[in-house]
Design a protein around this ligand. Structure first.
Ligand code: 8DG
Ligand code: MN
Ligand code: MN
Length: 368
């Protein structure tokens, strides 16, 4: 027992890339509340307050014990007054009145419904809310709305898409994607990134990174055929481009936010053979699944892998750490050293951590 280092709150780094955060969360009660608060601020486009709650949630996810007294959080980074108030109330009352208020708030409830549709973000939700729309039923019934192709697909496959993707489904889709990609590109390297690479058992989508040693910039890969919906975004990467300093910047890879049709033979539970034929014709034997496909040049693969593995908070903190602690700029394409004015090459994620002077953090420890 004496081998276990005692916990020192003031030694906890403010950067989640210097903390190892597994899926084992002792403080879900608190972090769920913080995430609701953060989401509400996101809907109000208050980025500062939103990030404050997300950072606090990330710190509590790192703790190896459940917080039960205010003393437990003393000296921890990223715990401001707003956060402290929520913690105090949860400790004393078992729940937070502020969070409850948010959950009952009409605007929050509408935005929550609207943004659950693929292709609908805060901007669109804002527009619909201002038009007086409050529910998805009202959105669907409204004939004057001009929906994007993405939003139409989002509504069409809504039920399938809100039911989460399981690990088994992710594995099944992974086989399909690998086989299909290898028909076009035999030496392709196809990797699952996102939450599944971090060990999550469910996700809202499946993220894939595709590369190959001799990958040329062509759109051959992003073929239709197995895709129900596909929005191909062409690569906008310019060679030797200085990485973007924006913490939540999009990257420039060719990518595809797709919906895939996963056939899954239904288990026939009916013992009645007369109804069987009828059922087989009626029952839908597939599920619509959200898939992100990202195509990356081989040299940028480790950077893309690091960025697309997430978590989102882990990625934000890596970039923040690079900028503020190392005078470097990190994005999904490269790492640029501003003092030396050079790009730091890397052949693996380990090398990127080493360039940044950080201890390596395994994917399953990046659930910040
Ligand atoms: P989930 O799908 O299981 O709900 O969670 P996730 O896998 O962690 O989230 P995600 O939204 O699928 O995003 C995976 C990672 O990809 C996340 O850490 C952020 C990163 N990412 C980028 N660029 C982009 C982008 O352009 N769009 C999205 N959605 N994610 C991006 O690096
Ligand atoms: Mn994902
Ligand atoms: Mn994704």
């Amino acid at each position: 027992e004496s081998e276990v280092p005692s916990f020192i709150a003031s030694k906890v780094s403010q950067y989640s890339c210097q903390r190892k955060t597994t899926l084992n969360n002792y403080n879900k009660k608190f972090t769920d509340a913080f995430e609701i608060m953060a989401e509400n601020y996101e809907f109000k486009e208050n980025e500062v307050f939103c990030l404050e709650f997300l950072r606090a949630a990330s710190v509590l996810k790192f703790l190896q014990f459940p917080v039960t007294r205010m003393k437990d959080i003393q000296g921890l980074p990223c715990i401001g007054d707003r956060v402290r108030d929520v913690i105090e109330e949860i400790i004393e009352e078992g729940e937070s009145s502020r969070t409850k208020e948010v959950l009952n708030d009409e605007r929050y409830k509408s935005f929550k419904q609207f943004t659950s549709v693929f292709g609908v973000g805060v901007k669109t939700s804002e527009k619909w809310y201002r038009m007086g729309l409050r529910t998805l039923e009202e959105v669907k019934a409204n004939r004057t709305l001009k929906l994007s192709k993405m939003q139409k697909a989002g509504l069409l496959y809504y039920e399938d898409l809100v039911s989460c993707v399981s690990k088994a489904e992710a594995d099944a889709v992974s086989l399909i994607v690998k086989n299909t990609v290898c028909m076009f590109l035999p030496d392709a390297l196809v990797t699952i990134t996102g939450g599944f690479r971090r060990g999550k058992k469910i996700g809202h989508d499946i993220d894939f990174l595709v590369t190959s040693p001799g990958l040329k910039e062509d759109g051959e890969l992003l073929h239709k055929g197995l895709l129900l919906y596909c929005d191909i975004i062409e690569s906008t990467f310019v060679k030797e481009q200085i990485p973007s300093r924006k913490v939540d910047a999009m990257d420039h890879f060719q990518k595809c936010f797709a919906i895939l049709k996963l056939y899954q033979p239904r288990v026939d539970n009916s013992s009645n053979n007369t109804s069987r034929k009828f059922d087989m014709a009626e029952v839908k034997d597939w599920k619509a699944i959200r898939v992100d496909l990202v195509i990356t040049p081989f040299e940028q693969y480790p950077y893309a892998l690091l960025g697309w593995t997430g978590s989102r908070q882990f990625g934000r903190d890596l970039r923040r750490y690079a900028t503020h602690e190392r005078k470097m700029i990190l994005d999904n394409h490269a790492l640029y050293d501003r003092r030396e004015k050079i790009f730091l090459k890397a052949g693996s994620e380990e090398e990127i951590f080493a360039h940044l002077g950080l201890d390596y953090v395994e994917p399953w420890e990046r659930n910040a």
